[in-house]
Design a protein around this ligand. Structure first.
Ligand SMILES: NC(=O)c1ccc[n+]([C@@H]2O[C@H](COP(=O)([O-])OP(=O)(O)OC[C@H]3O[C@@H](n4cnc5c(N)ncnc54)[C@H](OP(=O)(O)O)[C@@H]3O)[C@@H](O)[C@H]2O)c1
Length: 281
């Protein structure tokens, strides 16, 4: 397993399991299977509604807590100074954990003041050691700039949409400069990368065939080799294994450049500047 060292020295596995749209019913078996296969990093969130099952699977896996990396996120409807603290306690209770490894603000509010206020609460839970690292998600550069004006602690990570259609190079350069880790979500573009007559398939399939690997593995490896943490989601045991094995695939500089060339600024998820489900002020 490859690790990224966050700015505060915490080590985070480069590859994890995403659990968005994994129901409370499916999450137990999926997480348990993933942990048996060797995953050590699980990404969940308040709004996924599966923290309790994720927590049960972690407990039943018998894996020592300090070998695991668990991320959860503050719901976009729960932004606020007090909420950042009280909602984490609810998440910890559901997860059955004393601390999480990474706690993220799930979506920015259009109100920078509210994001700044929420961040103060995040800093407190970090200081109380309820989270080993804290960060944000879906923050664009302008959201980050505003947050950093008042932050005492620079976020350790930002989880954003990143895939062959949206390579996020400018954001990556910005985050690298500030020593903030970038985590990719939505790596398979809601299935678009697998569409044979789509714009991504020929290049990705060509590289995959050359390495006797799969498109999913090529994308995961492309992200990891760019220094980006990857958290593909699957509830299918065969795919869980396939995705984990992407760590053994090494692409050439030319192959990485060819995938970078596929970027077309395509979002398959909500633009963080046009988000109606987040607390507005
Ligand atoms: N911070 C945020 O706002 C945010 C937003 C979205 C996602 N996320 C996080 O990022 C994680 C990943 O993103 P995502 O869930 O949107 O999507 P994703 O990982 O890009 O794709 C998941 C889909 O791809 C399929 N799949 C997985 N492995 C495959 C493989 N090897 N071959 C073919 N198909 C495969 C899955 O099917 P099966 O499950 O049926 O196998 C599922 O339909 C989420 O689960 C979540 O933890 C965060």
């Amino acid at each position: 397993m490859q690790y990224k060292t966050l700015s505060n020295g915490v080590k985070m596995p480069m590859l994890g399991l995403g659990t968005f749209k994994v129901s409370e019913g499916e999450a137990y078996d999926t997480v348990l299977e993933a942990l048996k296969l060797g995953y050590r990093h699980i990404d969940t969130a308040q709004i996924y509604g599966n923290e309790a099952s994720v927590g049960r699977a972690i407990k039943d896996s018998g894996i020592p807590r300090d070998e695991l990396f668990v991320t959860t996120k503050l719901s976009p409807i729960n932004l606020g100074y007090e909420q950042a603290k009280s909602e984490l306690k609810i998440s910890l209770d559901k997860l059955g954990l004393d601390y999480v490894d990474l706690y993220l603000i799930h979506w920015p509010s259009p109100s920078n003041a509210l994001n700044q206020l929420t961040w103060r609460g995040m800093e407190e839970v970090y200081e109380q050691k309820l989270a080993r690292a804290i960060g944000v998600s879906n923050f664009k550069i302008h959201h980050m700039d505003a947050l950093l004006q008042t932050a005492k602690i620079v976020p350790m990570a930002n989880q954003i949409e990143m895939h062959p259609g949206l390579y996020q190079l400018p954001t990556q350069v910005y985050l690298n400069e500030k020593n903030i880790a970038m985590i990719s979500y939505g790596p398979f573009m809601k299935g678009e990368v697998f569409v044979e007559d789509g714009p991504y398939y020929p290049v990705l399939k060509g590289i995959a065939d050359k390495h006797q690997s799969t498109i999913a593995q090529v994308i995961i490896s492309w992200g990891i080799q760019r220094g980006i943490l990857m958290i593909p989601k699957s509830v299918t045991p065969k795919r869980l294994k396939e995705n984990l094995e992407a760590q053994d695939l090494f692409l050439s500089v030319e192959e990485i450049a060819a995938i970078n060339q596929l970027n077309r600024g395509r979002r398959v998820y909500t633009d963080p500047d046009n988000n109606s489900f987040v607390k507005q002020s």
